[in-house]
Design a protein around this ligand. Structure first.
Ligand SMILES: [Zn+2]
Length: 198
C-alpha cells in the first residue's frame, strides 16, 4: 500500500494540499499525441503508477509530489506515453458532449447557444433513431416549436446536415472548446496549446 507525501519542500506559506485524486496522468500514444481527445485520455494516479511498474508506459512529465511504498519512491507522473503504438479510433464516440461539439454548441435551427438540448430530426414517434445522422443540437424554444414533427412539417431548416464526424473533424472543432482543467505539464502535448497563448 502506497502512501502520499509532499516532496519535502519547506515553505513559509501554507500550501493548499491537492488530493491525489486530482492528479491524473495525461496518456499519450507512442507518437506523443493524446490517446484520445474526447474524452481526453486521463488515467488515475493508481493506474498510471501501475502501468509504469508494468513497463507499459514511459514517464514524460511529473507532478511536484511523490508517492511512497516501503520499497520505493516515485515522482507522480503527470504525462505518460504508451510504449506500444495504438491505432487511434477513426470515428468519434457518440456522446452528448461530442454531439454538442460537432454542432459547435449552437442550436442548429436558430444559432442560439442557450438552453441547449437534443432534437431528433425524424421524431422517434415516426421511427427516427438516435444516431449522429438524426440528432442535432437544438435550444429548448426551437425544440418546443418543432414538437413531434419533421423539420419540413414544422417549416424549420437545420444549419448543417447532421453527419458522423471523424475523430479528426471533432478535434478540429475542439480547438475552441478546451477542457476546463489542464495541468500545465499537459499543454505541450495538446494540439490546442498554441490557441491558448495570448
Ligand atoms: Zn434554437
Amino acid at each position: 500500500m502506497m502512501t502520499e507525501e509532499g516532496t519535502g519542500h519547506h515553505t513559509e506559506a501554507p500550501v493548499k494540499p491537492v488530493s491525489l485524486e486530482q492528479c491524473p496522468a495525461l496518456v499519450l500514444n507512442a507518437d506523443y499525441r493524446p490517446l484520445s481527445y474526447y474524452p481526453l485520455s486521463l488515467w488515475s494516479w493508481q493506474d498510471a503508477v501501475k502501468a509504469v511498474f508494468m513497463e507499459r508506459v514511459d514517464i514524460v512529465e511529473h507532478y511536484d509530489r511523490e508517492v511512497h511504498s516501503p520499497s520505493f519512491t516515485l515522482q507522480l507522473p503527470s504525462v505518460i506515453s504508451l510504449k506500444r503504438y495504438v491505432k487511434p479510433a477513426r470515428y468519434a464516440a457518440f456522446t452528448r458532449f461530442n454531439l454538442f461539439l460537432r454542432d459547435r454548441f449552437t442550436c442548429q435551427y436558430c444559432g442560439s447557444g442557450e438552453e441547449l438540448t437534443f432534437d431528433h430530426l425524424i421524431p422517434r414517434t415516426y421511427g427516427g433513431v438516435t444516431s449522429w445522422e438524426n440528432v442535432v443540437t437544438a435550444c429548448s424554444p426551437c425544440n418546443l416549436r418543432k414538437g413531434g414533427r419533421t423539420p419540413g412539417e414544422a417549416g424549420m431548416t437545420v444549419d448543417q446536415i447532421p453527419f458522423r464526424p471523424t475523430a479528426y473533424e471533432l478535434q478540429d472543432r475542439g480547438r475552441r472548446f478546451p477542457p476546463n482543467y489542464l495541468h500545465e505539464s499537459w499543454r505541450d502535448y495538446l494540439y490546442w496549446d498554441s490557441e491558448l497563448e495570448p
